[in-house]
Write a protein that binds this ligand. Sequence first.
Ligand code: XUL
Ligand code: CO
Length: 439
Amino acid sequence: MSEYFKNIPKIKYEGKNSDNPMAFKYYNPDEVVGDKTMKEHLKFSVAYWHTFTGGGVDPFGSATMQRPWDHITDPMDKAKARVDAAFEFFDKLGVEYFCFHDRDIAPEADTLAETNKRLDEIVKLIKDRMASSGVKLLWGTASLFTNPRFMHGAATSCNADVFAYAAAQVKKAMEITHELDGAGYTFWGGREGYETLLNTDMKLELDNMARFLHMAVDYAKEIGFKGTFYIEPKPKEPTKHQYDFDCATVLGFLKSYGLDKHFKFNIETNHATLAGHTMQHELHFARINGMLGSVDANQGDMLLGWDTDQFPTDLYVTTLAMYEILKNGGLHSGGLNFDAKPRRTSFEPEDMFYAHIAGMDAFARGLKIAHKMLSDGKLEKFVQERYSSFTKGIGADIVNGKVGFKELEQYALNNTITNTSGRQEVLEALVNQYILGDL
Ligand code: XUL
Ligand code: CO
């Protein structure tokens, strides 16, 4: 088997003073943090699409990425080379999980039957590599947005034939995910949204999306797929108004169609930004509703209104993300999937490694800081005290359902209000001390 990244060694942990860009400064896989090793806490995953099929195209220019398989012209030979390169990459980086869309791993052919045959051929290859390397599939998914047939959407298309085709495609994608023992299956509503209500039957589209997801739940049962189903919210792009806007919107949708018990969220940082939320908000909302499943670990740009899918390097964000994840007791069947791509100008094969190293280090450091914040308990204690009026007296009566408006009116007439400070700036400064390692 040929080696694709010849000049790149296995990436090692060299510690915080290392100036070697091809080494981890903070990610030390076997280091124990609390009750688990870093590797067990973080469960990093490589996104097949950005790392092995993405070329760096943007709306103004063509591909810039130089990849060691570029010289191969036959699409199936190229797909096979990518599998070899991918498993070499996972091994050198020390990442144990990956995620894919059906069309990332095998190119589409002229007919669905032929496309499925191509998929089977590549899946067989991947299965062998997984068995010999121990690398696992975090989740699989289907691309229901690239091919022009999905111009009006997939499960929310106005065209019933497209709904049927999408169902056939997801059926197959679920089967191969099951075949590869995937821990989950993700539904990102690629083009499930609309541009204008002037041509849209929103009620039918939403009903159809729910019908589609119910069919998926039924089929998982039928084939014995026990992995977690994730919905990945995103507010816009490619459509102006995506139905799966954010976690709160999706939870409402799932509950109104009786689907909530079958799904968890796969939450992406850049999607949170586009929805006008912090990543911590989305993770927190999911967590308190028992819906935090997996994470697409990337970051956006605060000055741009689109999905830049950058590698996560912002320590403030990784720290507060890990804070929520630790409070969730971990990600269970989920992981931290780098749904991220090196910038178009970071086009060399080395950059694939540098970018992942940067993201892994940022999450490793975030994990340690968040663990310290939680074990000290200062922030949690502050929040607890801030709401302590609900643990006694009239507050406890409100919480326990013992009083109504009449009793509360009597109380308000006979008591004066004394508020206390929220101390936001003190808490922000405290988080800075933790991030700087001074506490
Ligand atoms: C698109 C996106 C997808 C999903 C999987 O913004 O995040 O790559 O993660 O379909
Ligand atoms: Co994503």
